[in-house]
Ligand binder design. Sequence first.
Ligand SMILES: O=C(O)c1ccccc1N[C@@H]1O[C@H](COP(=O)(O)O)[C@@H](O)[C@H]1O
Length: 203
Amino acid sequence: MSRTRVKICGTTNLPDALLSAEAGADALGFIFAPISKRLVRAEVAREASLAVGPAVARIGVFLNQGLDEVLRLAEGGRMSAVQLHGPLAPEFVLAAAQFYPVLRVVRPADLQTEAQRWAGHPAVTLMLDAPEPGGGVPLDWAALQADFPAGAWLAAGLGPENVAEAMRLLRPAGVDAVSKLEASAGQKNPQAVKAFVDAVKGS
Ligand SMILES: O=C(O)c1ccccc1N[C@@H]1O[C@H](COP(=O)(O)O)[C@@H](O)[C@H]1O
């Protein structure tokens, strides 16, 4: 079984991209949802994407945005994958997956239905998140143990202090965090980023 991948989300500037990459992150998240306090411009994301080298994935995060906008921003920011939040039609997810690997974000209530829907679609990977993305509130991992699908990623309220326990209970293929790794909204806390990556890689 391969090790759990670690994604640091909410990258809004070049120094934070570099510090996350140097800390050992497998993936950086760039939030293109206009409602977010971590919104990044495509030009900034592009500069960061080109600076972190070929081994670091760049994941564009979207919430209820049209396909043209998703593709334009993902291309402009030089993303390597897209993360899709919101009540989207399966056809929309499939259309996006023609262009980029998709992390399809689902809530706990929809996990079983979505796991069945996307089984056998290699371009679509499930990510379990809280109903309010970016809120820093952990899920009830013990309650999810029976249904958590192999290969799925986990987000919501993860940080250096609790990620090992979440991994022990759910064995996610990847973990993702933002709120608990910030000094302020959109600005990374370097010690927290490093501690989070070390906790994931040491578990
Ligand atoms: O963080 C945001 O502002 C955001 C806005 C719109 C869509 C997703 C967003 N963040 C995602 O939230 C999860 C985890 O957040 P947290 O660790 O609980 O704060 C992560 O997938 C982010 O990509």
